[in-house]
Design a protein around this ligand. Structure first.
Ligand SMILES: Nc1ncnc2c1ncn2[C@@H]1O[C@H](COP(=O)(O)OP(=O)(O)OP(=O)(O)O)[C@@H](O)[C@H]1O
Length: 224
């Protein structure tokens, strides 16, 4: 089933003083979907996701996560939401087992920490300190975790500025630039849209069919 929206966002706006971080975002994530929020630095990804978690107030717009407004939620709702900070610098002095046990305590119905460690392929690293894992190692394990949860039907929204990550993991990619969603579709749909726009050839590129990277660079206004 992929029609019940577990996340529904309409006209979301958020400002910090004179800076408009989120400038009218519409976004849906349906049951069983994996959606990447892809955008360059400062695009508004963190602000949007903080609001969806109930960690930040919004200026305006409608937000529903698991049928509730994150601005008015309780601990039961929070226990249904899993949050992974990919580049977190917290707790890096803990061992892998200690870190997983620490986060497990936030969730009354959590999985067995040893099972989670096995799930992400870190069984031989249980006593290693988190800071000793390489960035690539952490990222590969993140990919494995997302895939496993997606296979189990868990809807996932993740933010990234890595195009390959979005393409490898997401059913759908929402590209955010300057606080706005400038494109939203499957990687194939986004490529097809750009192909149509340029009649099959993207100016300045020698390829006749654009890749998702061409679409992304075009949308964020960068020169390939
Ligand atoms: N607490 C804050 N106070 C003032 N401005 C902020 C604050 N947090 C974010 N901003 C600004 O809001 C805009 C969006 O920031 P946000 O962190 O949401 O972007 P992002 O897409 O997550 O970026 P990155 O990929 O670099 O983490 C940026 O211009 C940023 O400078």
């Amino acid at each position: 089933m992929t029609d019940f929206p577990v996340i529904r966002v309409r006209g979301l706006r958020n400002t910090y003083g004179d800076t408009t971080a989120v400038a009218g975002v519409d976004l849906d994530v349906a049951t069983g979907e994996v959606v990447a929020l892809l955008g360059p630095n400062g695009a508004g990804k963190t602000s949007t996701i903080d609001i969806l978690q109930g960690h930040r107030d919004r200026d305006s717009g409608e937000v529903s996560v698991l049928g509730r407004d994150p601005a008015h939620v309780d601990l039961d709702w929070r226990a249904e939401i899993g949050v992974v900070a990919q580049d977190s610098d917290d707790l890096t002095e803990l061992t892998v087992t200690e870190a997983v046990r620490h986060f497990a305590r936030y969730y009354p119905g959590h999985r067995d920490p040893a099972e989670v460690i096995e799930l992400v392929g870190l069984t031989d690293k249980t006593t290693a300190r988190v800071r000793t894992l390489s960035g690539g190692q952490r990222r590969r394990q993140f990919w494995a975790l997302i895939r496993r949860l997606a296979d189990e039907g868990t809807p996932i929204l993740f933010s990234t500025h890595y195009l390959d990550e979005a393409e490898a993991l997401a059913d759908r990619v929402a590209i955010i630039v300057g606080g706005r969603i400038v494109a939203d579709g499957t990687p194939a749909t986004l490529v097809a849209a750009l192909t149509r726009r340029y009649g099959g050839t993207v100016p300045g590129l020698t390829v006749s069919r654009p890749s998702l990277e061409d679409v992304y660079l075009d949308l964020i206004g960068a020169t390939p």
